[in-house]
Write a protein that binds this ligand. Structure first.
Ligand SMILES: Nc1ncnc2c1ncn2[C@@H]1O[C@H](COP(=O)(O)OP(=O)(O)O)[C@@H](O)[C@H]1O
Ligand SMILES: [Mg+2]
Length: 309
């Protein structure tokens, strides 16, 4: 069933800027289409690095291991080709693009996504439906349908990409991009950060509305909270660049009640529990502050451009 799976084998990843520092130290993971897997882990455990490595972010280098998607080695593909192969990454901290409307952005991204993997780049003319581009009429219909699916006003499409967006609106745009692009494998990185509970529910409903047997999902989150609304088939705990425990939904519930300490100790990371980098934050105090805590880190613009189109 290779053609239906994302298979990660012994994945080792270092930052290009600091190649002696191994962030991911041997990840093994298989996610089939139609499944939802959750990766949970303390801050600094390597969750975002995993998402970036899967999409081919230029700041990270795979030093060992392999990743195949539908039987194909995706590590050999550029980020845009990975997107065209059906992978999608929702960013933790999306970039604003003043002057570019949501609708134009999505139409350009969709036309880029539809470009054939094997052909030359010149074969798609977005303005010409007979040459692979989506017609304006069809695009408007698709966009309206997806806006309704996510309970967004039509006016949302006329706003500039992430310009002046609240944390919740940024996440809704990520969900809208996902709905319009129609990926076969979606990686959602900490989509719960900075969301109030209502917005969280809408985003989760958006994801749930998109669940289908042809879509695999990897949900990456620090908090159990999101998993109250998105039910994972499998939960994995990541610590120090390794998956130290995997189980069903009960594993997430256990993390919520006990924190990461007991699981990390059981995995032989006894000393790590007091480490700054591995300390768990109590989910109940996570409320509205999450977004503020993460506001110091911006999404690299290069990744926003290359990961999508
Ligand atoms: N580009 C980078 N250069 C150097 N260190 C990095 C880089 N990206 C991440 N790291 C480090 O790797 C560790 C894991 O980071 P990250 O993947 O963002 O963790 P998480 O998403 O689980 O909080 C952290 O200690 C972080 O500082
Ligand atoms: Mg992260």
């Amino acid at each position: 069933m290779n053609d239906q799976e994302l298979i990660i084998r012994d994945l080792h990843v270092v930052p290009v800027a600091e190649p002696t520092r191994e962030i991911l130290a041997g990840i093994d993971l298989t996610v089939r289409k139609g499944q939802v897997h959750a990766i949970m882990g303390p801050n600094g455990s390597g969750k975002t690095t995993l998402a970036y490595a899967l999409m081919g972010h230029p700041a990270y280098k795979v030093t060992k291991g392999e990743v195949t998607w539908k039987g194909e080695d995706i590590l050999a593909l550029s980020p845009d080709k990975r997107a065209r192969a059906g992978l999608f990454l929702a960013f933790q901290y999306p970039t604003a693009i003043p002057g570019l409307s949501v609708a134009s952005f999505l139409r350009t991204a969709l036309n880029a996504r539809r470009r054939r993997l094997d052909g030359g780049d010149g074969e798609i003319d977005p303005s010409d439906p007979t040459r692979g581009g989506i017609s304006m009429g069809d695009f408007r219909k698709l966009l309206r349908e997806k806006l309704a699916l996510l309970r967004l006003e039509d006016s949302f499409a006329g706003r500039y990409v992430n310009e002046g967006f609240s944390g919740g609106e940024k996440k809704r745009l990520e969900m809208l991009q996902m709905a319009v692009l129609g990926p076969e494998f979606a990686i959602l990185d900490e989509t719960d950060s900075g969301l109030d509970i209502d917005a969280l529910r809408i985003v989760a409903e958006g994801v749930n509305a998109q669940l289908n047997p042809e879509l695999g999902i990897l949900v990456i989150t620090h908090y159990q909270r999101l998993l109250n609304y998105i039910t994972p088939d499998v939960v994995h705990v990541l610590a120090r660049g390794r998956i130290v425990s995997s189980g069903g939904r009960e594993l997430a519930l256990r993390l919520e009640s006990e924190g990461y300490g007991p699981i990390l100790r059981a995995a032989g990371y006894g000393d790590a529990v007091t480490d700054e980098g591995l300390r768990t934050e109590a989910p109940q105090v996570s409320g509205l502050g999450d977004g503020l805590a993460s506001a110091d880190r911006d999404e690299p613009a290069a990744a926003a451009a290359s990961g999508r189109a």
